[in-house]
Design a protein around this ligand. Sequence first.
Ligand code: MIC
Ligand code: SF4
Length: 653
Amino acid sequence: MGENLARKILADHLVHGELKPGEEIAIRVDQTLTQDATGTMAYLQFEAIGLPRVQTSLSVSYVDHNTLQTGFENADDHRFLQSFAAKYGLYFSRPGNGICHQVQLERFSVPGAVLLGSDSHTPTSGGVGALAIGVGGLDVAVAMAGSPFYLAMPRVMLVRLTGSLRPWVTGKDVILELLRRLTVKSGVGYVIEYGGPGVAALTVPERATITNMGAELGATTSVFPSDEATRAYFRAQKRENMWRPLAADLDATYDAEIELDLSTLEPLIAQPHSPDNVTTVSAVEGTRLDQVAIGSCTNSSFRDLSRVAAILRGKTVHPSVSLVISPGSRRVYEMIARSGALADLISAGARLLETACGPCIGMGQAPPSGGVSLRTFNRNFEGRCGTPDGLVYLASPEVAAASALTGHITDPRHLEIPIALEVPEESIVDDRFILPPADDPSSVEIVRGPNIKPLPTSRPLAETIEGPVLLKVGDNITTDHIMPAGAKLLPLRSNVPALAEYVFAPVDLSFARRAKETGGGVVVGGANYGQGSSREHAALCPMYLGLRAVLTKSFARIHRANLVNFGILPLTFAQESDYNRIAQGDQLVLPEIRERLQSGQPILVQNVTRGYSFEVCHTLTPREIQIILAGGLLPYVRDPDRSSVNGLGVASR
Ligand code: MIC
Ligand code: SF4
């Protein structure tokens, strides 16, 4: 029986376990990436492991999130990251060089490689056939130390593409259609693999938009075959030698399959406040706009910006709209400058921003109060744009550009703009801003400004957990709710005590104070708890405040793993009715929790306030149980008795 592509790559990298869905496997990691907002912590963790150099074949440290330097903090972080990379054997992509996923795709992606990145949109490189997985920073730190990556063997879902996209319909519409059908939670536990006759006509930038935003489905990752279109992309990048063909066997089988006829799609749009709240652009056409933002790791390739420029050429942005554009990489920026597209954008009235995440993570360009913003990004969670009552829509660059001209949401097919469909992929290649590691690491001093605070330590799991329900929330709580980002808070990513003050701030401003007063407790959540970002600060900061367990209907993959990594128990309700019965403020006891986890006995929760007990479930593997007992992944891997098992060179510590 033939194999699908995802399983082939996993089999190629398998170190432990069997490829049986749901079972724990460990895979070899070829490449890692970090960005600055998750990277400082990951490197402090790597440092705590105690190795002199990264053990991967390639590790890259990017700076793209915290580039708005309103104080010393971000610049301090940049210097720390640059010196760390030089000393420990990483490549360092300088601030202004581009968004990690765009630059990784262009310069480092490899078909068939396993890439682990401390950012949820790492699957962007799946556009060229890499198996690229978003994880917490600590997982990257441990992988850089030579450990394989442990995960539950995912199921593989085939999205069989047929037909071809009609004019004005794009890769963005493909992924929006999948979000409409599958929602933000149905991808959990799956790798989404694309196949079928419709693949060939999609360009690599379009494929990368689709795999990037597969993160919004909750999927482990998404992957395209590597074919002649991939080869053309590598040729344009002057690294055709890194290309190799990769595809599923013709008789491959899958755990699930869906079919998507590309020729039936029309321009789509996600409405506030969720990427799966999708409708057709024509259904909301006419909605007045205050802002249009083009960029992010989802849609800021040379192809995207060239098409935007072609739509705006010789025209003027509507007076009520602020159009902001952030190119995905320095290379893209330079290419639109040389092709003349940049002049078209400037002359039409666009406000050009740095090549960085920028408005996507609320780093500037927050819309006005109650303002409506149409963005080419991947997430429109409430408040993420920096304006608590802002309304954010997500659509393709083509829809965004057409709408910037009219001042309201516009289906570009109604504008009758002639646009050249083919955009040549030019070949400016300039790696001067990706700095290689130092030749003499011993000469490099790590620069630690006052913003770099020591790593918080965790405690082993107590015999019994006791504490109040600090907060009860509903379904689809995002990491932006748990640990918000934005221009004010992102600079505190290396300073956990300061950042922890804002845990759950968008939901309940008193959370941090109450948690500290009671010495911690438990959070109760609904389904798909912790969707969105890979930020481990959404587990690390609650751990710092004393959170010991999170009890939900279900978890998003990366957040669940981050909770385990920081010694917080991820538990689920056995009965939906137990979720309804429990209330914020209830005093809970989880008796003999250590012993019950170790012996495999059922986990019991006593609701002392209401006088009843109930059983809860967990999906922890034996290894994860050991991690929880140790108080988290860092104490677990640093345990000298265990270091040889983990493949780390720390036995002598
Ligand atoms: C995001 O898009 O939410 C982020 C900011 O890139 C995060 C990472 C972070 O919080 O630093 C992500 O997607 O993982
Ligand atoms: Fe940056 Fe936005 Fe992409 Fe996250 S989703 S990596 S914030 S551009």
